[in-house]
Design a protein around this ligand. Structure first.
Ligand SMILES: NC(=O)c1ccc[n+]([C@@H]2O[C@H](COP(=O)([O-])OP(=O)(O)OC[C@H]3O[C@@H](n4cnc5c(N)ncnc54)[C@H](O)[C@@H]3O)[C@@H](O)[C@H]2O)c1
Length: 214
């Protein structure tokens, strides 16, 4: 299948990193194949969805055999551009930012936080999780090769920083602040609000209780 020209639905594309990580683990354990049921239990996506997703990847599971792990991995690598690293900047090295820097997405080796910024003198010049922390005033100086920014600043600072990031040519922003930022349509913003996610979970628990397995 011609990977470059494969159009994958957005919902499927969002699950790709999840599949990729699990299959990578299987691969490193020497497993050659996996069933949709096994995958389903591991990644918590129902197996019908998995089969539909995988059909977009040109992977047709065989009955009693499952999917070829090697094939799927090579597809995912190409699709997720695993060979090409996306350079990420993190703005705001506080509670949340520090946790992210220490984690630094090592399990997802196509993205790397290269540089971090903060406004507080105490943080400048430090390395957190191996990532240098620079002063926010010097942002533009370091943005040449950065494609994506993670925003973990107080909400009040979010829009001003977003404007500067846009000006510096950013492609995407992962916004953890509760502020809804405005950017040109050419810039993609993903907004992650843990409070809303938590509320949604509680709502679903209340209104759509899960049934126990027979
Ligand atoms: N901590 C959480 O669990 C959590 C969860 C969800 C969302 N958030 C949101 O994430 C953001 C960060 O939360 P936190 O708990 O890490 O806050 P924090 O106060 O610990 O960290 C904020 C950091 O941003 C820096 N900063 C302030 N103004 C700046 C500016 N103009 N430029 C650069 N850096 C600046 C501060 O010096 C500080 O280090 C907030 O908007 C918060 O609402 C936090």
């Amino acid at each position: 299948m011609d990977v470059e020209h494969t159009k994958i639905p957005q919902a499927t594309a969002k699950r790709l990193p999840l599949y990729y990580r699990f299959l990578n683990n299987l691969h490193s354990q020497g497993k050659l194949r996996v069933s949709s049921k096994e995958l389903s239990e591991a990644v918590k996506v129902d197996s019908a969805t998995i089969r539909r997703d995988f059909s977009y990847f040109g992977a047709l599971g065989k009955k009693g055999y499952g999917y070829n792990v090697e094939y799927l991995l090579s597809f995912f690598r190409k699709t997720l551009d695993q060979d090409e690293t996306t350079k990420v900047a993190l703005i705001g090295v506080g509670n949340l930012g520090t946790a992210f820097l220490n984690y630094n997405f090592t399990k997802n080796n196509n993205t790397r936080i290269e540089i971090a910024f903060d406004a507080s003198q105490e943080r400048i010049g430090e390395e957190v999780g191996g990532v240098p922390v620079k002063h926010i005033d010097d942002l533009e100086q370091y943005m040449k090769e950065i494609d994506v920014a993670i925003l973990t600043v107080p909400a009040s600072a979010a829009q001003g920083i977003a404007d500067r990031l846009v000006e510096a040519g950013i492609s995407g922003v992962l916004n953890f602040t509760p502020a809804r930022i405005t950017v040109p349509t050419s810039v993609r913003v993903h907004h992650i609000d843990l409070a809303i996610e938590l509320q949604a979970l509680v709502y679903f628990l209340k209104h759509y209780p899960l049934k126990e397995e027979e």
